[in-house]
Design a protein around this ligand. Structure first.
Ligand SMILES: [Zn+2]
Length: 221
């Protein structure tokens, strides 16, 4: 049997498991994520390939145009987690505005952040939190898989204090970005390890597909 035939049943089973959740929540999530990330949803449908093995992370997105590849080979994965993964990857198409604002805020002389990819932490937190509030009892991927403790121990408290009010409608986007960057930059001064300057966003606007290096499965970036 070819690999394609061998893998096809599990890929299709993943789609069957996810389809009811997608049907129920897609419109809400599209509107909510577009609003939170201050970016219109892509006009064209986002092609998503469900495959047996996506990459080391289990899922990734390429941009311009947005295309998602996601592994359907984890039958024990809760369907709601699959939903978060799917919309996490779609969120990569929306995060550019937030990413640029973080970069601009952090670019002042002498300002340092403990990690280069704060925008990805914002994406993990925001999309996970939005799915959590939509589906009672759901624990977002980053929390259920220990991502915060393992990879970003100083991030969750700052996200809760600085970013959560924005998600709840109690703070403007600019103020949330300021509070977020300022909160982490201040903490960065006390770290022993030399922190990294936040990178330019130039590579995000290049007109070519960009693998996002997502961290869904086992590692963080
Ligand atoms: Zn990601």
């Amino acid at each position: 049997m070819s690999r394609r035939r061998e893998h096809d049943p599990s890929n299709r089973a993943w789609i069957r498991r996810l389809r009811p959740l997608i049907t129920e929540h897609e419109e809400f999530l599209r509107e909510r994520l577009s609003s939170v990330y201050a970016t219109a949803w892509p006009e064209r449908a986002i092609r998503t390939d469900v495959v047996f093995h996506a990459n080391w992370a289990g899922a990734y997105a390429t941009l311009y145009p947005t295309r998602i590849t996601i592994a359907g080979s984890a039958p024990d994965q809760p369907a709601a987690e699959g939903l978060e993964t799917l919309f996490h990857e779609a969120s990569h198409a929306l995060i550019g505005t937030i990413r640029g604002a973080i970069s601009a805020r952090a670019r002042s002389p002498g300002r340092l952040l403990p990690r280069k990819t704060l925008w990805h932490a914002v994406l993990f937190y925001s999309t996970g939190e939005i799915v959590r509030r939509r589906i009672p009892g759901y624990t977002p991927y980053a929390s259920s898989h220990g991502l915060w403790e393992r990879a970003r121990p100083d991030h969750l408290d700052v996200l809760e204090a600085a970013w959560k009010p924005y998600l709840e409608g109690g703070r403007e986007l600019d103020a949330a970005i300021e509070a977020l960057v300022d909160g982490l930059a201040v903490e960065a001064r006390g770290r022993r390890r030399k922190p990294s300057m936040i990178p330019s966003v130039a590579n995000q606007v290049a007109n070519r597909p960009i693998p996002t290096g997502c961290v869904q499965a086992t590692k963080s970036s």
